[in-house]
Design a protein around this ligand. Sequence first.
Ligand code: FES
Ligand code: FE2
Length: 406
Amino acid sequence: MTAAALPGPKSKKWHDLYPQLGTGPIPIEPYVSREYFEKERDLIFRKVWLIVARVDQLPNPDDYLVRDLPVCRTSVLIVRGKDGVIRAFHNMCAHRGNKLVPEASGTCKGLFTCKFHGWAYGTDGSLRHISDEDSFFDPDRAALALTPIAANTWQGFIFINVDPNPRESLHEYLGEWGSGFDGYRFSELGATRFGWDTELNANWKVIKDAFQEVWHIPSLHRRTIPDVFTDAADKYGHAINFTLHARHGQISLPGNYTRTPTKVESFAVRHGAGATVIKQPHAALPARINATQDPRWSIDGNAIFPNCLLYVAEQTYLTHTFWPITENRTLWEVRFYYPEAKTLAQRFSQEYAKVILRDINMEDGSTLERTQTMLASGAKREIVLQDQELLIRHHHQVAETYLSQS
Ligand code: FES
Ligand SMILES: [Fe+2]
């Protein structure tokens, strides 16, 4: 789609491109129902590929991470082996079931030793030591190895799939969307990482939905970034492009390059912050980024089904990941990625971005808890979506394809 073919504010063009989504209201039940949440757990989260880390969190052999994933009913041990391969296992000792590694991360010196009775496992999951072995009854070492979990990587992101027999590879799961990012410097641009983990009293989709559209920004974020995506001609910051794939989707957003940043903001952005935008020529980017090569572009939001949003700008990227705990409580993980700061100005720029982004996310968080309260009130049975909320509608449609497979 070219700039000349962009939709006017009332054309409803994006839904016209995807008529299979319909335009009707969305039931509230998926946001409040314990039964629906349990179906999401069993038919989505325990079946699909999920982003859990980046490879540079495990730079060396024997480095490990533990991800407790209540929605998958397990704790996942992710470790880089001596051979450099990253593997994942259920974090469970085969003797009497202790959680093998209680620490969140570390380096293991080749062995994981269970603190209960001292059994030990290699980084390949093999059982290496049985304490008081003669007192056991012909233990089958192969059967008593750690239980593996499918793991693979895409652009340096580690994905796992707790289904013992994933129905498709990660490559197949990411599909057409997953191609077209080659050349984007995820590792280099992500050398510096910061973020927050927050538990919110809200359904995971209430939070996700808020980060799948930006037209709430002039209202909810009027004190922080009211005009980053908007200007006089486009007061709601309408998307410049949407592309929906089988499971995943993408929104491309304009930047308001005519606004006048404060002196401090201008200094920060010139030195690399991604919190706001100022005019600068765009370098050539891989095909999936700013897919329409629109000169007004500032950032893409990639909705990676089910629970991750990957926002990609020219010099920085960020992720929001939403881990359901119950139908009305969610662990919300925010990670911002920046290149290594080589000057004080660049460091200041990153600190500036942290503060702005913290304030923006605080504005979202408090609103979303209030939203959840009212969704659960029973006062209404449905919500309605407008054209800019296409990704929200897409999520519900994709989810249904999984939930109807029971
Ligand atoms: S439960 Fe791990 S050694 Fe006993
Ligand atoms: Fe927001």
